[in-house]
Each structure stands twice: as structure tokens, then as C-alpha cells.
Design a protein around this ligand. Structure first.
Ligand code: GDP
Ligand code: IMO
Ligand code: MG
Length: 429
């Protein structure tokens, strides 16, 4: 068997959580391969809403195993809160969740480092979620990290102390009064204590060498779906650097983040919104600053699932979408939040760019410095409520034309159209 992949093609928040949840009954295992609690994946069903940060979005199906892979970074305190919330709804987390021993841990001092680094950047800040992502992945790459499997070892406390001391020396250079910095509304010392207490939760979870586990399951014919976090345009290598996250959010990340050989990658589901959003700093060629942008934000409820920040909104960007499809080898597209555009009389799509006076389909090296001017195509809006459509053929002609325009532009079929946050508000073609 091969492993299927589901990931975001824009700047995150495309609706990955919803689609994973919809597809979960078709899979035995859902596995997260990168990112950490900077992610916020929303799932809605039976008038209930959940936001997951670390746990894969397959957790609501009692028959599916969920794996947090080695490429993910885990903050035990945030994970504990997530598990407690699921416990309240009688979701069987402990039974159905496996954690890779090789996953790295986000320490309280990683969060302090994130805070002081961002502050020092001033107006050039990344707009990080401040969950300690950059500093934790930095420690992983520089071979200073602490992994989940280390908790089981006798020298864990010593390792922790040494990492903490190393971090504090750096933090003090930025802010000698670091003890007064608050993390999620708690003073650092208090947060650190809670973080330590939360290690218990990691101790109680089932830990595995997930690369062996997953490959064995594939050999036995089990169906696995890899769940991406963030989006392709936030990828550390291919996103708008430095306004990116610190992991490979693309299909390549599945190989490193789960221990899966490239030849074992199957279908690649690319999730995109019918428009674009971005939260945090960085270039956004089709961003809207007018009433249309406001309408997308208001109707789409475009406020971050993790930080609550308003998301920047703009028209769909075909060169960026084509780039993401190329990098990921997308085989099927899934278009989300179509309902948010129900009221638009006209819809614009960036079909190419002008960069420094030349027409191009390519994103330039430095998309801040090189002036990108989108060249727009204008399409008719469908101006109707699509929630009454029960299948693809029932959708308004102008929406089907919009989808055809996208398919013709990028050369990949749109296999799912989502028209609301609920599990049921989904049309599979
Ligand atoms: P993720 O990070 O990719 O999982 O996406 P988020 O959960 O951060 O953001 C997507 C938001 O859109 C969530 O609030 C979802 O409940 C919501 N959503 C998903 N699909 C649709 C849709 O088709 N229509 C509408 N109106 N909302 C949707
Ligand atoms: P999901 O999985 C949207 C953005 C941040 C910031 C940049 C770096 O829900 O789609 P980081 O915290 O990684 O240092 O932030 O990346 N970002 C996201 N934006 N959705 C996400 O995840 C994101 N995770 C990080 O806003 O601009
Ligand atoms: Mg999100």
C-alpha cells in the first residue's frame, strides 16, 4: 500500500482539519508529519466544534489510529489541554493516539526565545504564533533538542536543565527581566511549572518508533493518510522566506516526518480556499484592503484558530496555486469555503503576474523586493445560496465555471467542494 497525503496549498487555514475528518472513515491511520501547536485545525459536526493543535484530525472516528510523527514538535502542556478538552466529550484519545519517540519537545524556554526574537525584529517581525516553533526546530537541527523518548531516560532532568540554562543565557541578552514575560497569560515560572506537570500526560500516552509502525501497517495493507499543517507557501524552503514557518510543509515533509520512502507516496490531496488568506507578516500579492476583503473576512469568519488574529484576505492566486501543485505533486484538489463568495457579483482571480514589467507565471526570488502586480481575470459570481445543493450538478453554473477556470489553469481536477464548516457540508464529485 501507499500512503496518501493531504496538505494546504496556500498560507494555512485552508480547512485541512475538516477534510481529514471527512475522509477519516476511509483510512485506518491518520498521521501528522510536521509542525506543532502553531496549527489550529477545526472540525465541526453534530453542532459541536473542536480545534486541534497537535492531535491528528482523525481522532473523532473510534476506529482510526492517530499518529503524531517524528517530524512534529510537541508542547506537553498544550497537548494536555487538548486531551482534557476531548475527554470532556468522551473522545477516546489515549486508546487511539500514538506518539513518536523521535518527536522533539517544545520547552518553556523555546517559547521565551520565540517571544524575545520576535520582539527584537520590530516592524520586520514574522508574525509568529509564538508557540516556540522556530527555536524548537532550531535546536533539533543544531542537535541540541530533547525528544519525547528522552522522558523515559534517567538523564532527562539533566538534559532539560542544560537546555534551559543555554536558552536563558541567550534570553537574558534580549531581556534580563525574562521572568516577567507572560506565556499564554501566565508568568514564565508558573508556565514552566505547569509544563513540567504536563509531562505526566506524555508518560501516559503510547509511545512508538513510528517509522517502523507505519511501514509495517502499510505492508499489512492498512490505509494511511498523512495530515499536513500550515501551508505550502509557509514552507521553510519554498515559502516567502523569512515569513515562513520552520518545517517542510510539502509532500517531501511526509518522507522525513514519518519515515516513508518517496516511492510509497500515493494520492496527494491539495486543499485550497476559493480565495486566499494569510495570518502574520509577509508578501500577499492579491491581498484586498477594500470592502471585498472585509466581506471575505466577515462572511468567512477569517480569524485565526490558534491566535484569534484577523486573517488578511484576497483573491485566488493561480501562479501561487500552480507553484504549490508543482512542489507537492498534487493529484486531486479540494476547494473550500465556496459559500463565503455566494454574495459576490464579480469574482477576480490572479491568472498571472507582472514582475518588474515582465509577464510571468513564476514567483520571484524575493517577492518583497521584486514588485509583483497580479493580472486579474474577472468571472461572474453565482449570487445564490449553495447550501441546498446535494450534488455537484446542482451547483450554480457560475460556480461550476469558476471551478472549470481553476482546473483549466492548473491542470488538476477539483474532486471536492466544501460549502460550510460542518462535516456534512461537502460535495464529493
Ligand atoms: P486548517 O488549519 O486548514 O484545518 O483550517 P482552520 O480550521 O484553521 O480554518 C478553516 C476554518 O474554516 C474553520 O473555522 C472551519 O470550520 C471553516 N471551514 C472549513 N470549510 C469551510 C467551508 O467550506 N465553508 C465555511 N464557511 N467554513 C469552512
Ligand atoms: P494551520 O495548520 C496559518 C504562520 C504564522 C506566521 C508564520 C510563522 O492551522 O494551517 P510560527 O508560529 O510557525 O513561527 O509562525 O506562519 N502560521 C500559520 N498560519 N495557519 C497555520 O497552521 C499556521 N502556522 C503558522 O501566522 O505568519
Ligand atoms: Mg488553522
Amino acid at each position: 500500500m501507499k500512503i496518501d497525503v493531504l496538505l494546504g496549498l496556500q498560507w494555512g487555514d485552508e480547512g485541512k482539519g475538516k477534510v481529514v475528518d471527512v475522509l477519516t472513515p476511509q483510512y485506518d491511520i491518520i498521521a501528522r508529519f510536521q509542525g506543532g501547536p502553531n496549527a489550529g485545525h477545526t472540525i465541526e459536526f453534530d453542532n459541536k466544534k473542536f480545534v486541534l493543535h497537535t492531535i491528528p484530525s482523525g481522532i473523532f472516528n473510534p476506529n482510526t489510529i492517530n499518529v503524531i510523527g517524528n517530524g512534529v514538535i510537541i508542547d506537553p502542556f498544550i497537548l494536555q489541554k487538548e486531551i482534557n478538552k476531548l475527554d470532556e466529550s468522551d473522545i477516546n484519545v489515549r486508546e487511539n493516539l500514538l506518539v513518536s519517540r523521535k518527536a522533539h519537545m517544545i520547552l518553556p524556554t523555546h517559547r521565551l526565545l520565540d517571544a524575545v526574537y520576535e520582539k527584537a525584529k520590530g516592524k520586520d517581525k514574522i508574525g509568529s504564533t509564538l508557540k516556540g516553533i522556530g527555536p524548537c526546530y532550531t535546536d533539533k537541527i543544531s542537535r541540541n533538542g530533547i525528544r519525547v523518548g528522552d522522558i523515559e531516560k534517567s538523564n532527562f532532568e539533566n538534559k532539560y536543565r542544560l537546555a534551559r540554562e543555554r536558552h536563558i543565557k541567550i534570553i537574558e541578552q534580549y531581556n534580563p527581566d525574562y521572568k516577567s514575560i507572560e506565556i499564554d497569560g501566565q508568568l514564565f515560572i508558573e508556565y514552566e511549572k505547569n509544563w513540567h506537570d504536563a509531562l505526566k500526560v506524555l508518560n501516559e500516552l503510547k509511545k512508538v518508533n513510528s517509522e517502523y509502525f507505519l511501514n509495517k501497517q502499510l505492508e499489512e495493507g492498512k490505509k494511511i493518510l498523512a495530515e499536513g499543517a500550515q501551508g505550502t507557501l509557509l514552507d521553510i524552503d519554498f515559502g516567502s522566506y523569512p515569513f515562513v514557518t520552520s518545517s517542510n510543509t510539502t509532500t517531501a515533509g511526509v518522507c522525513n516526518g514519518l519515515g516513508i520512502a518517496p516511492s510509497k507516496i500515493g494520492k496527494v490531496f491539495g486543499i485550497f480556499k476559493a480565495y486566499c488568506t494569510r495570518v502574520g507578516s509577509g508578501p500577499f500579492p492579491t491581498e484586498l484592503f477594500d470592502e471585498d476583503g472585509k466581506m471575505l473576512r466577515d462572511v468567512g469568519n477569517e480569524f485565526g484558530s490558534t491566535t484569534g488574529r484577523p486573517r488578511r484576505c484576497g483573491w485566488l492566486d493561480i501562479p501561487a496555486l500552480k507553484y504549490a501543485i508543482m512542489l507537492n505533486g498534487v493529484t486531486e484538489l479540494m476547494m473550500m469555503k465556496s459559500d463565503v463568495m455566494n454574495q459576490f457579483k464579480e469574482i477576480r482571480v490572479a491568472s498571472k503576474y507582472m514582475v518588474n514589467g515582465d509577464e510571468t507565471m513564476e514567483l520571484p526570488f524575493d517577492d518583497e523586493e521584486d514588485m509583483i502586480t497580479p493580472v486579474y481575470s474577472t468571472l461572474h459570481g453565482w449570487r445564490s445560496d449553495i447550501t441546498i445543493a446535494s450534488n455537484y450538478y446542482d451547483l450554480p453554473c457560475d460556480l461550476k465555471n469558476y471551478i472549470k477556470f481553476i482546473e483549466d489553469s492548473v491542470g488538476v481536477p477539483v474532486k471536492m467542494v466544501s460549502y460550510g464548516p460542518d462535516r456534512k457540508e461537502t460535495i464529493i464529485r
